[in-house]
Ligand binder design. Structure first.
Ligand SMILES: *Cc1c(COP(=O)(O)O)cnc(C)c1O
Length: 223
């Protein structure tokens, strides 16, 4: 049996049924994605718009493509016709731009709001305060072509498991607060995207519903 399918079978044993595995296939060739597809995986994550669009065109049409990277406004239009979930919406402006483009395509686009939970400066996202303020202003309720499906976050790159756990726990607390305050009657606000190859089991313990796993499936990338 080849490595990719072996890796997937082993990862599945750690993922309960209410958690969705997103196979992060960025920088990996179509053949590798097909290997994962043949084991039954249908949800794949990419972080570059051009790469995602190329793969979407040439690979099976029943794949659900998630965009997990940092999205520039001028590239939204390429994703909107087919993307199944945009994980990293990190500003209100970006949300409104997605809504504009989605309106033009006549589609409602699923989005997660990215929250900055790590200590590193380099990661994108709303702070907890900014997120709650944006939600409390309520203008987002007018955006009829985006569906806010939940939150996404990335923990600090560190060996310190306690710190990673605390960051995930903080994001789950924020998710619960946003849910009960602004989305109590919105069943589609139900996703918490947290956890990657090194920390997805921890993230699941802390309430993740979507884990984004790349190198544990496809091997280490050279970039
Ligand atoms: C690359 C990437 C992942 C996957 O990371 P691995 O450590 O390879 O599992 C998950 N989330 C985001 C946002 C990424 O850019």
């Amino acid at each position: 049996m080849n490595t990719i399918s072996t890796n997937i079978l082993s990862i599945r044993t750690h993922i309960p049924p209410h958690v969705q595995l997103v196979c992060v296939s960025k920088f990996n060739p179509n053949e590798s994605i097909i290997e994962a597809y043949e084991t039954g995986e249908r949800v794949f994550g990419e972080s570059k718009v051009q790469e995602l669009c190329g793969k979407q065109e040439s690979l099976p049409k029943d794949i659900d493509w998630h965009f997990i990277g940092h999205l520039q406004t001028n590239k939204i239009k390429y994703l909107v016709p087919f993307v199944s979930l945009i994980h990293g919406v990190d500003s209100y402006k970006l949300l409104t731009e997605i809504d504009n483009q989605a309106t033009k395509s006549g589609r409602r686009v699923n989005c997660l709001l990215q929250v900055h939970i790590a200590r590193e400066e380099t990661k994108f996202g709303f702070s907890a305060e900014e997120l709650l303020e944006m939600l409390s202003l309520g203008e987002w309720k007018q955006l009829s072509h985006v569906q806010i499906c939940g939150l996404m976050g990335m923990a600090t790159y560190t060996e310190n498991r306690d710190q990673i756990r605390a960051e995930f726990r903080g994001l789950k607390t924020l998710f619960d607060k946003a849910k009960s305050t602004y989305f109590a009657s919105e069943s589609l606000f139900c996703e918490l995207s947290m956890g990657m190859s090194d920390d997805y089991q921890l993230a699941i313990q802390e309430g993740s519903t979507l884990v984004r796993v790349g190198s544990s499936i496809f091997g280490h990338r050279n970039y």
